[in-house]
Design a protein around this ligand. Structure first.
Ligand SMILES: [Zn+2]
Length: 162
């Protein structure tokens, strides 16, 4: 099965950023996009449109590409999506920019210079987003995020074994 690609509506931005953190190709709706634009974007880019909006989910040109979620919190949404798509939350952690979805590259030594000295003491690993010109490194924030991804992955396992 092809690896699913997603388009999260504006309200599901947080879920979208977690999908990016896990390595899934995920677009997040530009604020103010109307329903038709979103459905068109999902079709053109071959993405699953993920929403909590029942009205949008009934959109007649959705081509069955619309996924309606019902949970009110991010872990619940993550679990719902996992059941439907067998999301592997540890697929390729931190391989995409959280802000813009661009695949990250290993940082050059020059880009690595931008990592705070205290973080460099622990690891020389760093990644770079060529679109945002942003450098990521495995600091405490990334460790906390990885922990959350592990929790999502674990919940999926519990659901699968149920
Ligand atoms: Zn970026």
């Amino acid at each position: 099965m092809a690896i699913p690609r997603f388009l999260c509506d504006e309200m599901l931005e947080r879920l979208g950023r977690w999908l990016r953190a896990a390595g899934y190709d995920t677009a997040i709706a530009t604020p103010g996009s109307d329903d038709r634009e979103l459905v068109d974007q999902a079709r053109e880019e071959e993405r699953w449109m993920v929403t909590r909006d029942r009205h949008l989910a009934r959109f007649r040109n959705g081509d069955g590409r619309i996924v309606l979620l019902e949970s009110n919190d991010t872990p619940g949404l993550a679990a719902e999506l996992s059941e439907r798509f067998h999301i592997d939350w540890l697929r390729r952690p931190f391989s995409r920019c959280l802000d813009c979805n661009t695949p990250l590259r290993p940082a050059t030594p020059e880009q690595g210079e931008r990592v705070p000295r205290t973080a460099r003491a622990f690891s020389s690993e760093a990644w770079y987003c060529p679109t945002c010109d942003k450098v990521y490194w495995p600091g405490s924030h990334v460790r906390r995020m990885r922990h959350t991804l592990e929790n999502f992955a674990h919940r999926q396992w519990v659901v699968a074994g149920d």
